[in-house]
Design a protein. Structure first.
Length: 278
């Protein structure tokens, strides 16, 4: 059974937890709150007792004790987690305020990638400095919006947050570099099928971006894989009506030496060849 006790004092969050019958605190200096759970089972006596607020100096002392005893790990400045937590997705979502896996990290979560990056892209309502832990780099990548994110509890008791697959695909089309490149994005699309995505969510995400070039890219890429995705004719009509008349490029213009007249989009001439390889 997992249990947390929260004391909000001067907009600082103190989580009292018991580890091997000793009380420790997990502290985060956020303006609102820190959503950190603990996987430790608490003693029955403690579960039925009222927690006593402690001074900040005592709290820091207990954190250092926990780290010295190899019970807690310093993830980044001001954030401690139990040492046995080594799932990079769990760490990314819980070491920052309301962290959400995004872009290529979301593709990894959904197992829709060919490469596993050592850098995780994390959206958060509060900017944070890039940090490293257990050989992984955690970088702040702000999303324009969150649309129906997937929120679930990991088996360890920690919360996992990830952009929905529909938003992930649209986000990656908007910023193909953060998708890991056009090859990674195309691989993800080859692995998707009709039941994985929502046409309604795709349209709502595209409308939230309000980017004409994105409508072109989305229409072109989704049409390439529509034998699997089974999107309606109305979906592609909407893409064409919203994309405008300007010429656009799917990636860096230097690599675009072919042209899709239907979508008024410059593309690499080896895109179809890459699709056959995938």
């Amino acid at each position: 059974m997992s249990e947390i006790t929260i004391q909000v004092i001067l907009q600082k969050v103190i989580l009292n937890i018991i580890v091997n019958n000793e009380i420790f605190c997990i502290f985060a200096c956020y303006s609102m709150y820190m959503n950190i759970a603990t996987t430790y089972s608490l003693a029955n006596a403690y579960m039925n007792a009222e927690p006593t607020p402690i001074k900040e100096s005592v709290m820091w002392s207990r954190l250092r004790q926990g780290k010295k005893k190899n019970l807690l790990a310093l993830i980044r400045r001001g954030v401690y987690m139990p040492v046995e937590i080594d799932n990079k997705f769990v760490i990314g979502c819980n070491a920052v305020q309301d962290g959400v896996l995004a872009y290529h990290s979301a593709l990894e979560y959904y197992l829709l990638q060919t490469q596993e990056f050592n850098e995780l892209y994390i959206h958060s309502p509060r900017n944070f400095r890039t940090f490293e832990y257990l050989g992984e780099t955690y970088s702040y990548k702000k999303l324009k919006f969150l649309h129906n994110p997937v929120i679930k509890n990991d088996s360890s008791g920690y919360t996992l947050r990830v952009t929905s697959l529909s938003q992930t695909l649209v986000d990656c089309m908007y910023n193909i570099n953060l998708a890991g490149g056009i090859e990674e994005l195309m691989y993800a699309l080859t692995e998707c099928c009709q039941n994985d995505i929502s046409e309604k969510d795709l349209l709502e995400c595209l409308e939230l971006y309000g980017n004409k070039s994105l409508w072109q890219r989305a229409g072109f890429l989704f049409s390439m894989f529509n034998h699997r995705l089974c999107l309606s004719e109305d979906f592609f009509k909407k893409c064409k009506s919203a994309m405008g008349n300007n010429l656009s490029y799917i990636i860096n213009p230097y690599f675009c030496n072919s042209f899709s007249k239907e979508w008024n989009l410059c593309i690499p001439d080896n895109l179809q060849a890459q699709l056959k390889v995938i």
